[in-house]
Design a protein around this ligand. Sequence first.
Ligand code: C5P
Length: 396
Amino acid sequence: MQGKRILLGISGGIAAYKIAYLIRILKKKGAEVRAIMTPASSDFISPLVVSTLTENPVHIEFWNKKTGEWANHVDLALWADVFIIAPTTANTLAKMASGICDNLLLATYFSMKGKTIIAPAMDLDMYQHPTVKRNMETLLSDGVSIIPATEGALASGLEGQGRMEEPENIAAYLNDFFQLTKPKATKRILITAGPTYEAIDPVRFIGNHSSGKMGFELAAACLASGNEVLLISGPTSLSLTHPNLTVLNVQSAKDMLEAVQANWKTCAFGIFSAAVADYRPEQVATQKIKKTNEEHTLHLVKNPDILSWASTNRTNHQKVIGFALETNNAKEFALDKLTRKNLDFIVLNEFVKDVSGFQAETNKITIFDKDKNAFEFPLKSKKEVAKDILSVVLKD
Ligand code: C5P
């Protein structure tokens, strides 16, 4: 954590007293720490303690009435590599989720371009309250990471979930965060995305509901971590531009295979997130088919398996990552695909109508590596899911 800039937000809960220890650990590990406190939090920990331990002035109000100094929330947010809000009370959580911006800590949160992580702490029934749960879901889909409260004795005397995670575990979480986001050596990464359209005649096709969002988010995350991307996309309404990005637009599985074959040799990684049609019409009518008969039969033939082609035609240095979208016996089918297609990783995408899958904004994934180790993640926005996938597959 040497030299990392950690902005610490403290809101007004009893767990605030533990923040002195967190600051000590972060400082010992070489991080720079600045703190913003909500006015209520100074009842639980003295700003003098926070200021002394961070070796920086503490910001509480937009302007300091004594010195006349203005605490610029935009500058604080730009300064930070990460914003950790610990403890996060139900009140601060609700304001973050609904856009209320009535103190410096919240104004800074809404100005943050980088990652915000929260460590909630509240009493048992508050933590279980549907509103609190809903607010946490909202923040997750806004891209905030949550260090869940732990179970044990609570300040109220009750026992259960609600304790802020211990300072050493928060520090370990931050350490992992910096490891995962460390810039890696540039790689050229091939990504397939979206559906394929298999022509029936000049105006009709067989396709599927894939939106291409997962593939585009993966491309964006690969680019953000400094890699070069070749995105081979079936028809979607999405667009992405970046100096290190080449997009090849294709229609059918055969087109997609040709684009992969022409480029695979130059790539270190292949992430095959496209929902490729399994079959295509054997004949494509040259003219629009007329509805003259009561029935019409299409004869379908199997499409090439693009992922299997890439996995068969690779060197030892090339890695392949496949996807499995399953509605039943998910784990079993995913592991079968991992072995059958000889993959380095498979991302199992659980299909839950409108929540996880093709058109949804969110996904719930489990990643299996070659040795069948599982990395399970909660339901997240596809942007966050893309980062989770890269944190596992681009680790070395
Ligand atoms: O066999 P299945 O279609 O379930 O496998 C899914 C994985 O294989 C995905 O990664 C998908 O992109 C890839 N695939 C492919 N070419 C196909 C079919 C699937 O690349 N024809």
